[in-house]
Design a protein around this ligand. Structure first.
Ligand SMILES: *Cc1c(COP(=O)(O)O)cnc(C)c1O
Length: 463
């Protein structure tokens, strides 16, 4: 055992150095990996762990898109902190069961102190509010919709949606995360219950259109119950006008959810709090630790202002579960999951080891790098198409807008070179643009210049 642990320790050390000798973007067809595995593993005979580890290492290094690389400018998947690697290992080692408080008192309280810290940062009262770790933003958003349905339609829990006299509908912007469509499907609301509101010139939810849609739904016999604003859209980092959305929700008695899966972490930087005006009025908030707080997946968080909503939505009596105490809340009876992994340890250890000032500095550093990238691209002749204080840059080029080239042409050539990764996205449902996001706290100006140089070469090349 000692030997294999040392080998793994060496790999952790080696993979976290900047010269790990890997390609950022893999080039592989499914059959190559399937053959590699099928030739070695049929699970009939035992294979020594050293050999299994070597096969895992070989395939993971060779056939992964390396999101932890400083030249991955992608989809909010960060380089992870060392404390989160240690925490995930310890979680597997102790394997605490967090479903009930009494099974894992220490683990539950380690999560609670961490969640309460963020509850306060989001302007909620830990004495009245409630928070839990989730697998990610999709689960957090689902939790929000379930709580809102339970709050706004008391018969929903027992009699179901079919007992309602009117069809509930909810509102997101055209730039919101697509998880809401799945959520509408899963909850039984139906995908048509999602009202997609148009955006203004800056890609923010148009509150005039929102109000009109609510009015028109009410007069056609639908029952609006929730608005989900986004604080940092996935494609373009746009923060919806949260304060105005909160006002509309108060006026029409709707649940106000804010999906801050990525952007929410920026509230740790005092100077950036102003971008999130109105967030403190949310009924519930989604924020992923596995995005901008740089812990490993899956580390989502869900926050809500009034804990009775969570307790009502997920209440359950199970004879075989241990007795409850008065001062604690059991997560099996207040969240979606039952058996519960110690998700929060990696965020606890990251916050504890780095401290809030250093975490805020890493966020700020990435914001400044985003600004540098924006300036550099502009000076190289690119056109920046999104306006956000957050480090996501969406851009196009006169050669693209003229129809001479498609963003996909640039992308496929970048992937071909395997050194850096950016993506293509669609804004306003028909504008294809390139997208680069600073996701790695170890990315430097050198990495930005490397990306800019590749882009310049490609846009000036022959096609
Ligand atoms: C990433 C993201 C989600 C989904 O979160 P997961 O952790 O991937 O489940 C939801 N909303 C927004 C705005 C996101 O960026």
């Amino acid at each position: 055992m000692h030997d294999i642990l040392n080998v793994i320790m060496d790999e952790i050390r080696d993979f976290r150095t900047s010269h790990k000798n890997i390609k950022v973007v893999p080039k592989v067809k499914p059959d190559e990996i399937r053959d590699f595995l099928a030739n070695r593993y049929d699970f009939k005979d035992s294979v020594p762990i050293e050999k299994v580890f070597n096969d895992v290492k070989y395939s993971m290094r060779k056939w992964s898109l390396h999101v932890t690389d400083p030249r991955y400018f992608g989809l909010f998947d960060p380089q992870v902190t060392l404390p989160s690697i240690i925490a995930d290992t310890l979680t597997a080692l102790y394997n605490p069961q967090l479903a009930s408080w009494s099974h894992a008192p220490a683990a539950n309280e380690i999560e609670n102190i961490t969640l309460n810290y963020f509850l306060k940062k989001f302007g909620m009262d830990p004495e009245k509010g409630f928070a839990n770790f989730t697998t990610g933003g999709a689960e957090s958003n689902l939790t929000a919709v379930l709580l809102a349905l339970t709050d706004k339609f008391p018969e929903y829990g027992n009699k179901g949606l079919r007992s309602l006299e009117t069809q509930p509908v909810f509102y997101i912007s055209g730039e919101a995360h697509n998880s809401f469509n799945k959520i509408a499907h899963i909850t039984g609301l139906g995908r048509n219950a999602v009202r997609v509101i148009g955006t203004d010139d800056n890609l923010k939810m148009d509150t005039f259109k929102l109000r009109k849609a609510i009015e028109s739904d009410i007069s056609s016999g639908f029952k609006p119950f929730l608005v989900a604003g986004t604080a940092g859209t996935t494609s373009a980092g746009i923060i919806d006008p949260l304060d105005r959305l909160a006002g509309i929700c108060t006026e029409y008695e709707l649940w106000f959810h804010v999906d801050a899966a990525w952007g929410g972490a920026a509230v740790l930087v005092p100077e950036y709090k102003k971008y999130f005006n109105g967030l403190e009025r949310a009924d519930s908030i989604t924020c992923d630790a596995h995005k901008w707080l740089s812990v490993s997946m899956g580390g989502g968080m869900f926050f809500t202002r009034d804990r009775s909503d969570a307790l009502r939505t997920f209440k359950i009596e199970a004879d075989y579960m241990p007795d409850k105490t008065q001062e604690t809340i059991d997560s099996y009876a207040s969240t979606i999951q039952w058996s519960r992994r110690f998700i929060g340890l990696k965020l606890f250890m990251t916050m504890a080891v780095l401290g809030e000032r250093a975490v805020a500095e890493t966020i700020k550093k990435q914001v400044l790098l985003g600004e540098k990238l924006r300036r550099k691209l502009k000076s190289d002749g690119w056109i920046i198409v999104n306006k956000t204080p957050l480090p996501v840059v969406c851009f196009t080029h006169p050669r693209i807008t003229k129809g001479d080239l498609r963003p996909a042409d640039i992308i496929s050539r970048i992937y071909d070179r395997q050194d850096t990764w950016i993506s293509e996205t669609i804004l306003k449902s028909n504008m294809n643009v390139l997208r680069a996001c600073i996701t790695n706290y170890e990315s430097t100006e050198k990495d930005i210049l490397f990306l800019a140089a590749q882009l310049k070469e490609l846009i000036e090349g022959e096609y």
